[in-house]
Design a protein around this ligand. Sequence first.
Ligand code: UDP
Ligand code: MG
Length: 337
Amino acid sequence: MESVEYLFPATDGLFVTTMSDPSRTAISVVAPCFNEQEVLPEFLRRVGAVLDEMGGVSEVVLVDDGSRDRTWEVMTAAAAADPRVVAVRLMRNHGHQLALTAGLSVCRGERILIIDADLQDPPELLPDMMALMDGADGQGSADVVYGQRRQRDGESLFKRATAAGFYRLINKLTDVDIPADAGDFRLVSRRVLDLLLAMPERHRFIRGMVAWIGGRQVPLLYDRHARAAGESKYPLSKMIRFAADAITAFSVVPLMASMTIGWIMAAVGFGFFIYSIVGWLMHATLPGWASIMAAMGLLGGMQFLMLGIIGAYLGRLYDQNKGRPLFMIRDIVGGRR
Ligand code: UDP
Ligand code: MG
């Protein structure tokens, strides 16, 4: 198999910004892949068809996030067959957001389409996204065009309900407007991408970081389909971690919660104090065991909860402070450079 020499980023995980070379690459499609051997051929066929139709110079950057199946073999075969395909392999599994970050740091397009490899989000929307970015809605050009789901096929009621609750919560806790019903499926300009890559945070919630950047961000409504093949790589445990990363990255309100709870507890305690004085004056003895145990349990629980919240932030601070690379690239194969 012929593999074209490819330049690594200067240091793995440290970003080299403005890699774009518009005369050469107009569009990059970037997709992280974890055990996606079943779906990749169909993904490449559909993305390839869209890019063929659009013309111009484009690339498809696929990131193998430490897959344990034949994902890498499928990718390198595709890279050998099509000079547009760039296959990036990470040293190990880094998780969706960091794998995506690796792909974004490697891509060179003037505009970048972020998409999952499982075809839940149709690549055929790319021309519409391009038009919207050019100002097809008559309100000027856009910096970001994000896909917003009109309906979600093949997702459980549980996933939809937790997602709705999560977006409501995070928008309450932060000043950043993070659109509900939007994933990472979006077209971003090189300017926005460079800003995104300049953010060194390790626990990344990319859709929130893009929203935080601002500029003009417009939604494109679409129907989200069920996965084309394979199964979800986001079990509940990963979803919970992802939600915790998002909240701690965008809000310090939970850290302050102990103050609110402290005030409430103090008020309740004061109420009980008055109550016991009055009881003492009226010679009414108070059978107090149950209420004391309840108060102890409640207070103990609250204290551990608050310690846990502090720990959640402290742990992330510790991780960030170590300053390790966000991702480690093992191989890059293909591409026309
Ligand atoms: N993914 C990844 N690394 C992981 C988990 C997922 O690169 O550790 C990729 C996966 O291959 C897919 C995308 O992230 O392209 C979204 O994952 P998935 O479709 O399984 O999540 P869901 O849509 O079920 O939330
Ligand atoms: Mg999916």
